[in-house]
Design a protein around this ligand. Structure first.
Ligand SMILES: Cc1ncc(COP(=O)(O)O)c(C=O)c1O
Length: 286
């Protein structure tokens, strides 16, 4: 693992931050997870755009702006020195007093971590993961807009604990209306015939970079790709279902709460989208 903290590089856990960083004390900050295929950060500008919107939404102003983040990513990926890695780019409020008001934090902190990750083994990604509906709900968009990828992942961590207790691979998180928001670290899609559906961000979904790429790939493949409010019943009645996320790409969903997903009619939409997504990552690889 290589770690970049405010311009300095460290090996693995040697990278340390002060305990008074408000990212640690209050979850005050935003982040991105970015995949690097070969040595090219995949959809980097899309990730930086989402991060810049999040920074603006939480009133965090980076003196070096986006160029300093591009530089942090390039420096850390280069220092890691091997292809096909995962980048965690974090901007925290920085060091401050033991009070929540960010007025005591004059300088944001930029952290970049580069390592290898494997979210799901390749065969499981293709054969399908199990989902469990968890009781932990996604905060409503008037509490915390789900489009801000903030350092507040406590709900997601609680959702993971619940799904592990139920021996499932991922958590299905609902919103306050009981409709589907997303999984703990991924967006949720269902396939019904030639329709590819995913909940809108107003239902509590992160505006996922992979989600947007997959919606576009589906449209290019002649499928009807739409945002639509979905309930658990839409998963039980789906021909196929899948998750999307930077770390894992496209992941088939095999079951929900112990019930297998799929109908008797054959559907190859997930396989087609996986092939199209793999092709896109190869095109962008250097
Ligand atoms: C809560 C949540 N939803 C969805 C996603 C997928 O988003 P993306 O495709 O941008 O990685 C993530 C990724 O980390 C996430 O944390």
């Amino acid at each position: 693992m290589k770690v970049f903290i405010d311009g300095e590089l460290f090996d693995g856990k040697a990278g340390r931050i002060p305990v008074v960083d408000h990212g640690l004390l209050y979850g005050d900050g935003v982040f991105e997870g970015i995949r690097v295929f070969g040595t090219s950060p995949f959809l980097l500008e899309e990730h930086l755009l989402r991060l810049s919107h999040g920074l603006r939404a939480v009133h965090l102003h980076l003196p070096g702006g986006l160029p300093s983040l591009r530089e942090a990513v390039a420096t850390t990926v280069n220092a890691f020195g091997a292809p096909d890695v995962y980048v965690r780019l974090i901007v925290t409020r920085g060091d401050g007093a033991l009070g929540v008001d960010p007025i005591s934090c004059p300088t944001p902190r930029v952290i970049c971590i580069v390592d290898r990750v494997q979210i799901f083994p390749e065969d499981k990604r293709k054969s399908g993961v199990s989902l469990a509906t968890v009781s932990t709900r996604r905060p409503t968009s008037d509490v915390l807009d789900p489009r801000v990828k903030s350092l507040n992942y406590l709900n997601n961590a609680l959702a993971r604990i619940e799904c592990r207790q139920r021996n499932a691979d991922e958590a299905l998180m609902l919103n306050q209306h009981g409709t589907i928001a997303e999984a703990s670290v991924a967006n949720v899609f269902v396939v019904q015939g030639d329709r590819v559906l995913t909940p809108p961000t107003t239902d509590g979904a992160l505006d996922g970079i992979t989600r947007t790429a997959v919606l576009e790939l589906a449209r290019r493949a002649g499928l009807h790709a739409e945002e639509k409010t979905l309930g658990r019943m839409d998963l039980f009645s789906a021909d196929e279902a899948f998750l999307t996320g930077t770390g894992a790409g496209i992941v088939r969903v095999k079951s929900l709460d112990g019930e297998l997903i799929g109908n008797t009619r054959p559907s190859d939409v997930v396989e087609r989208l996986m092939t199209a997504y793999d092709a896109l990552t190869w095109q962008r690889r250097d």
